[in-house]
Every structure is written in C-alpha cells, then in structure tokens.
Design a protein around this ligand. Structure first.
Ligand code: HEM
Length: 208
C-alpha cells in the first residue's frame, strides 16, 4: 500500500513542477492566486486548497497529462461484453491504457499542451473529475478496483505542489531548457530530474 502510494504521487508532483517551470506565466498566475488568498506571511495549509481553484486546475492538468500509473492493474472479464463496439470475450485479462486516454485528441483539445484553464469554469473540462466516474480522465482507475488512496493522493499532490510553488521561485539556469522526456515503466517518472534555481519568496517567519 505504501509502495503504491509514494512513487505514484511524487512523480506527479515532479511533473507538475516541471510543467510550471516550462510555463512561467502559469507559475506566476498560481503564485498570484496564493498571494491573494493566503498572503506571504504564512505557508499553505491543507484546508486552503478548497479556496484555490487554479491550484486544483494545475494539479488536475498534471494528473491528466502525466498519469503516473500508465496502465491499470489487470482487470478480468467473468462474462463477455461489448465496450464501444469492441467485443471482450469471457475470461480475458484487461489492462486499460490510462496514459493514452488522458492524451486522446478525440477528447482533449491540444492534448500534449499543459493548459490548466481547461478545468476552470471557462474551460471545456470544467466538469471532469479524476474520481473514476468521468472516463475521459481515469488517473486513479475506475470501478471496483479503483485506487484506494485516491483521496490521499489528491491531497498529497495538491498540498505539495501548492507549498513548493507558494514558498519558492523556480528558475532554470540561463540558456537551459527543462527536459520533459519520460522514463517508461510501470510508473512514468521524468527521465531527467529537475535541476533549477530555487529561491524563497515568502516572509522568513512563514518557513518556521
Ligand atoms: C496521485 C497518486 C496516485 C495515483 C495516480 C494512483 C493510481 C492508481 C491506479 C491507476 C490504480 C489502478 C486502478 C485500476 O486498475 O482501476 C491504483 C491502485 C491502487 N492504489 Fe493508487 N494511486 C495513487 C496514490 C495512492 C495512494 C496514496 C495509495 C495508498 C495510500 C494507493 C494505493 C493503491 C492500492 C492499494 C491500489 C490497488 C487497489 C486494488 O487492487 O483494488 N494509491 N492506483
């Protein structure tokens, strides 16, 4: 259970940070939201997250584009069925490609771009949640075998991305670009770890 919950969450945090470093306008907008709601005198608390719609949108976008668990655990058909025109025979082992669903151009506009706005009220995905009932984005799986740590995973990702972005400015060394290559496997971490200049941006008392 702890193994299932550690890499899966931290990988998404690292991807979210990488996308924010690559897109400094989004990073600034997220910091502005937190400055307006929390200020610079204290660090984010877990219960601030419900008042931070842009932070929630950034994390959902990271869950969509960088589903850390690319394939579901193996599911099994006890009866034959039809799904979207595909016949699934009895006794079939099924793996669902969660990663590909999050990048499907038939569902998502500009699927490879990091656009948190799609999850805001002005965006087309405003009603899509990663809870297993909206099949456009099933980062935690769906159905009976849905991730048991879904809630904890969401809280962890939102809290950690929030704290790291509110607390620090993130900048690549001059002339360098962030590398967004993936390392394929059972989970999909960044192939190259983030190397960036990190500087504090809050009042010093906020860090103690
Ligand atoms: C952002 C973080 C996480 C992601 C993206 C994630 C993703 C997933 C996915 C895709 C599945 C397979 C679901 C399916 O096949 O339908 C799964 C299963 C599972 N996850 Fe997570 N997970 C995360 C966090 C966690 C955490 C924090 C825990 C533990 C506290 C956890 C524990 C488990 C367990 C035990 C299963 C197997 C459930 C079963 O077999 O019935 N996960 N997770």
């Amino acid at each position: 259970m702890f193994l299932a919950g550690t890499d899966t969450s931290t990988i998404i945090v690292e991807w979210a940070l990488a996308e924010l470093i690559k897109n400094p306008t989004i990073l600034k907008q997220l910091q502005s939201e937190m400055d307006a709601i929390i200020g610079q005198e204290r660090i984010l608390q877990e219960d601030d997250v419900s008042n931070l719609p842009y932070l929630q949108a950034v994390c959902k976008e990271a869950l969509r584009l960088h589903a850390s668990t690319p394939l579901s655990i193996p599911h099994y058909s006890f009866e034959s069925c039809e799904v979207e025109g595909y016949h699934i025979p009895t006794d079939t082992r099924l793996l669902i490609n969660i990663w590909a669903i999050g990048r499907d151009p038939d569902i998502w506009e500009n699927p490879l771009e990091f656009v948190p706005e799609r999850f805001l009220p002005c965006g087309k995905a405003v009603n899509i949640e990663p809870h297993g009932t909206d099949f456009e984005m099933i980062t935690f799986g769906a159905g009976r075998r849905i991730c048991v740590g879904k809630q904890a995973g969401m809280v962890f990702v939102q809290y950690l991305v929030g704290v790291l972005v509110q607390g620090f400015n993130w900048q690549m060394p001059k002339g360098e670009e962030i590398d967004l290559k993936e390392s394929p496997g059972l989970v999909i971490p960044k192939a190259v770890s983030i190397k960036a200049f990190v500087t504090p941006r809050l009042a010093s008392k906020a860090y103690f």
